[in-house]
Ligand binder design. Structure first.
Ligand code: FMN
Length: 362
């Protein structure tokens, strides 16, 4: 057996020990500072026998056991294992550096707990630590602004005002027009620009370097004119291509157990193709740029939905591995970031209060 230390370890002190964290696999162990030595013994694939021979002063059996312990803890890699293959892919394809990698891989597939747990936690926290102000006030004299948009802008403002996350939907099909419009609003190509480095697509949403890293996939569950299944949206062709039958998983499973998802007739998954952006930018801020763009795209989709009296509910609580497998994403740099669940809104169950009646916030 050959072993090697992964290049995806970060370490930090905790009490009098060191936490060694493999951000790619999210394995962590706590060890004594002296044990860090064992992470330096095999920077490249090295036979265990050779490691034993290099440490004649240590009893071979106990050293072998220590190496196996580190392999089992995910802190040493075993050649030809699944973790070793993932690490090799990471080495080849991740261009955004360690800081973005720690963030990216650590947030995949996290659990968030259910709504009632979250409410309970917030209430508990509020007892000793009230929420920060959600709106800041100007306290030192300010210039009042005219409140209403000018008439030419009012249609846009009406739509923006109508946008709401309404998780309660009617059991009705979407039309193909509805779906087409919201995909076009988020990702459709409106023109191209010739630059020194090539021709770049332009859309209704801005994109860092016009690299346009997002692709959209749709799980059409109840859309007139589409057989239920998974589709890829081509922004270039403004068309949907069926890529797979409906997944075995329920919508709720794909969005971390949020039950309301099961009633939605269509789910749009926004998938970042990080390589498009990192081809030009390879600093960690490029990762932030990509996430910001998901917000732009989603907002346009939500506004297009609002203008057609639909709701598009955003969620970043995703079962990343399951979605990636379902969409047959080929590389760890093709990653689901955001989902919009589209439907015809039923009653809005949120308790809405007009601004003038919300004294604590206004
Ligand atoms: C990045 C992001 C992630 C969100 N994730 C969830 C989610 O996982 N589940 C959910 O029910 N709502 C989610 N929402 C919706 C918010 O709860 C919602 O926008 C907020 O309550 C305000 O309501 P509004 O959208 O009607 O203005 C998310 C919103 C954003 C912007």
């Amino acid at each position: 057996m050959r072993v090697k230390a992964p290049r995806t370890l970060v370490m930090f002190p905790k009490d009098h020990e060191i936490v060694v964290y493999n951000y790619l696999t999210r394995d962590a162990i706590t060890c004594a500072p002296a044990d860090i030595y064992w992470l330096t013994i095999a920077p490249e694939w090295t036979p265990v026998e050779e490691l034993l021979a290099r440490h004649p002063h240590i009893e071979p059996q106990s050293l072998r056991q220590e190496i196996i312990r580190l392999v089992e803890a995910g802190i040493l890699l075993q050649e030809d294992s699944a973790s070793a293959r993932t690490e090799a892919i990471y080495q080849q394809s991740w261009e955004l550096g360690i800081a973005a990698a720690v963030f990216h891989f650590s947030l995949l597939d996290n659990d968030y707990g259910d709504h009632s747990e979250s409410v309970k936690k917030q209430k508990q926290r509020a007892l000793g630590d009230p929420s920060p102000d959600l709106l800041w006030k100007n306290l030192n004299g300010s210039t009042p602004l005219p409140g209403q948009p000018r008439p030419a802008a009012s249609q846009l403002f009406d739509i923006m005002r109508r946008r709401r996350t309404i998780r309660n939907v009617r059991p009705e099909a979407l039309t193909l027009e509805d779906l087409g419009e919201c995909l076009f609003a988020g990702l459709g190509v409106t023109s191209f620009v010739r630059t020194e480095t090539g021709v770049l697509p332009l859309k209704m949403t801005p994109s860092g370097g016009a690299r346009n890293p997002f692709e959209a996939f749709v799980w059409a569950r109840n859309v007139d004119g589409l057989t239920p299944g998974l589709y890829h949206y081509s922004a270039l062709q403004h068309s949907l291509e069926k890529t797979a039958a409906p997944p075995a998983a329920s919508p709720m499973e794909l969005v971390k157990g949020q039950e309301w998802a099961n009633a939605m007739p269509a789910i749009i998954f926004l998938v970042a193709v990080l390589g498009r952006t990192t081809w030009k930018y390879s600093d960690p801020n490029a990762y932030r740029v990509v996430l910001i763009e998901a917000g732009h795209i989603a907002q346009n989709i939500m506004l297009a939905c609002a203008s057609s009296n639909l709701t598009a509910c955003p969620t970043a609580a995703l079962s990343h591995a399951q979605i990636s497998a379902m969409l047959a994403l080929k590389d760890i740099t093709e990653t689901p970031v955001y989902a919009l669940l589209v439907g015809k809104p039923g009653e809005n169950l949120d308790t809405l209060i007009s601004p003038d009646k919300a004294p604590r916030l206004a």
